[in-house]
Design a protein around this ligand. Structure first.
Ligand SMILES: Cc1cc2nc3c(=O)[nH]c(=O)nc-3n(C[C@H](O)[C@H](O)[C@H](O)COP(=O)(O)OP(=O)(O)OC[C@H]3O[C@@H](n4cnc5c(N)ncnc54)[C@H](O)[C@@H]3O)c2cc1C
Length: 469
């Protein structure tokens, strides 16, 4: 058994690392235990044919102040998402061009989309950020799904199809699967649908030159040997019951003690840790009901961004799939052309299980439908299926179904004695995004500091960031 730490953090995603970094900066002794062999969790960058690609979290935008400030501090640079020219849309077997976020689906459908957006935003303003269960008629809103609400509102088929694109990209699920209360809370936490969905002025405005995982790698480098990878936490014992002053944390490699614990894993993954005494019922239900969505990514790398010379932005929508929404994710110096295709919800459930060559062929065919036959000849290709990741189980974020938000969301953040909760799902702004992950980690760190101060527990270590643990 190791000597006690002030705090142990479970999970070295952006949230866990941000929590550990904050605690270390305050002079606390910290240990981070990460199950996977790498840090970053749902951010993971790779190099394909000489281009950086972000296999998970990629984009940031205005209002995402915490991830942007952290990246700035760590020297990870941003550049704008390429958006010059026309967007492409594949609909009913035909490809056409359009400008802006909403495609040309006919005046009636456009009016319908505007009507639905206004209604969703009006409803979302009634949801208190971070406390969806306190919203007026929370249970009734939670009893509906986005899909049932759209049908009840007599949304046109085209408007429903557009909302399905939003649902697959944002939660990795179909509209019929996600609680309306969750959708409204999410919109509230992003400050509206435009900030959530737009490229220019919205959450897709910029990405990181060195890749988003670089932020996690630089935090881990600062933390040094305080971070242990390949060491899943299997059990947590709280000594002294609910008001316990400490925890004993078990992994396959050892047992560690700490005054406080921050669990920074997705809600469903909490269930893989055996707590003694057992967590109250609501926590167990949260872990079972807040399952992750299914969102995969396909990247094709080309010698040059050939679509730009035809006046195309690389942004596209397709009703055929499997890549149903695309972006130009090329490097800032345009030395390569990079098309990113999202494959989510039902599309991902079919595509994820295909053999690699078949996945590649189908993704490239989606790109070719939108940008022409040159898309079939990339110099590099990769894809990432997040649902197959053992220690994550999916992405981009949890997609709670009807009846799962009002009763169980309170257990996202409510600490249990010395156990505190982080992870993007626990954020009260930009939850589901990298920004939410950082906010949640920093909030959990503040809880630990307050908790230690309240119990009068002296900080066991004084190691400042940069020194060895
Ligand atoms: C395909 C995709 C696209 C996305 N696009 C964007 C985007 O463009 N912009 C954006 O802002 N966000 C995006 N996101 C979301 C963003 O990546 C996440 O919100 C964020 O990275 C979550 O960070 P986290 O630290 O909360 O959780 P995670 O990154 O999930 O970290 C949790 C960590 O805990 C570890 N762990 C789990 N169980 C245990 C255990 N028992 N013991 C030890 N360790 C454990 C996991 O291995 C993992 O490393 C996307 C995500 C995906 C998957």
């Amino acid at each position: 058994m190791s000597s006690p730490y002030d705090a142990i953090v479970v999970g070295a995603g952006l949230s866990g690392l941000a929590a550990a970094r904050t605690l270390c900066q305050r002079g606390l002794s910290v240990l981070v235990l990460e199950a996977a062999p790498r840090v970053g969790g749902r951010v993971c960058s790779a190099s394909v044919a000489g281009a950086h690609v972000d296999l998970g979290g990629t984009f940031v935008g205005p209002g995402q102040d915490r991830i942007i400030a952290l990246a700035d501090e760590l020297g990870v640079d941003r550049y704008p998402t390429y958006g010059t020219g026309d967007n492409a849309i594949r609909r009913h077997g035909r490809t056409s061009r359009y400008r802006g976020t909403i495609p040309p689906v006919g005046v009636g459908n456009l009016l319908d989309v505007a009507r639905l957006q206004t209604a969703l935003e009006r409803l979302s303003r009634r949801i208190p950020a971070g406390r969806p269960w306190d919203a007026p008629q929370a249970a009734a809103l939670d009893a509906q799904t986005l899909g049932s609400w759209l049908r009840e509102r007599h949304a046109t088929a085209a408007a429903q199809a557009l909302m399905a694109i939003v649902s697959r990209t944002t939660w990795g699920c179909e509209p019929a699967e996600v609680s309306l209360l969750h959708v409204l809370h999410y919109i509230r936490m992003c400050g509206g649908m435009d900030p959530m969905l737009d490229t220019e002025g919205g959450a897709q405005e910029e990405h990181f030159v060195q890749g988003s995982q670089e932020i996690a790698l630089r935090m881990a480098a600062e933390l040094g040997d305080r971070v242990r990878t390949g060491e899943p936490v299997t059990a947590v014992e709280r000594s002294g019951g609910e008001s316990g002053r400490g925890v004993r944390v078990r992994t396959g490699q050892g047992t560690y003690q700490a005054a406080r614990l921050v669990v920074a894993v997705p809600p469903a993954l909490r269930d893989r840790i055996a707590f003694t005494p057992e967590l109250p019922h609501g926590y167990r239900m949260l872990a079972q009901r807040w399952t992750p969505g299914v969102l995969s990514k396909a990247y094709a790398v080309y010698a040059e961004p050939f679509w730009r010379s035809s006046g195309l932005s690389g942004q596209g929508l397709s009703d055929t799939g499997p890549a149903f929404i695309t972006f130009d994710a090329g490097p800032p110096d345009s030395s390569r052309g990079v098309l990113l295709g999202f494959v989510g919800g039902d599309y991902a459930r079919q595509w994820d299980d295909l053999p690699p060559a078949e996945r590649r062929a189908r993704a490239l065919s989606s790109f070719a439908d939108l940008f022409g036959p040159q898309a079939l000849e990339p110099i590099g290709y990769t894809d990432q299926r997040w649902a197959t990741e053992n220690w994550l189980g999916g992405g981009p974020t949890a997609a709670p179904g009807p009846g799962c938000v009002a009763p169980y969301a309170p257990f996202l953040t409510r600490s249990v004695g010395p156990v505190h909760w982080a992870g993007t799902e626990t954020a009260d702004r930009w939850s589901g995004f990298m920004d939410g992950a950082v906010r949640a980690g920093e909030r959990a760190a503040r809880e630990v500091l307050r908790g230690l101060a309240a119990t009068g527990a002296p900080a066991a270590g004084t190691a400042a960031l940069g020194a060895s643990a």
